[in-house]
Design a protein around this ligand. Sequence first.
Ligand code: GLN
Length: 231
Amino acid sequence: MCRHLAWLGEPRSLASLMLSPPHALLTQSYRPRRQQHGVVNADGWGVGFYPPEHPAPVRWRSARPLWNDQSFASLAPVLTSRCAIGAVRSATVGMPIEETAVAPFTDGHWLLSHNGRIDRAALPPDLAAESTCDSALLAAHVFATGPDRIGETVAALARLDPQARLNLLATDGRRILATTWGDTLFYLVEGDGIVVASEPYDDDPRWVEVPDRRILTVTLQGVKSTALTPR
Ligand code: GLN
């Protein structure tokens, strides 16, 4: 449903990651190429990144379409980071349209984005989340169980809700963990870093498609892909 992207490497501007490439999140917000669920991603956008010399990630989110945000377009070329997660949202039916429902979510250390849906009844009750949106609750659950166990958590939730789609992106600023469970994911190794995205932002032939039911562990050393098995 939504589309998301993560970067790890040398500092890049948010514009170069999210706005400038021909099929960046900006274009994906109104004309995604590989989206299987939903047509446009107009229910909000968000980005989180790790500024140097700052103890926690910072976020900028909005419930408006990315293509409408002139202030972000103005500032994005000068906002740079070694690690960022960006997302554009197509709200699942019944979920609230509000800024706090838009990825990335954070526990003050990790950033997390969810592309998909999950039955909220499959999640533990009483999660402390900033929105009643399924993705916000899922993020709170992943933060509570430990993002390092994200693969096990996805497999366990898929058993509780076989209809769940659980493509997650998580980062602590030093590595990216990414799962595929029901939707597309690609990565591109560049000279200055690695980008992981729901769909390629350009037609570079080096984009690698990740098979379904995998977890990627991305560090500056490279990409490791491991199968996820239902639990
Ligand atoms: N279920 C989430 C929401 O409603 C994510 C939707 C998506 O992946 N498009 O925001």
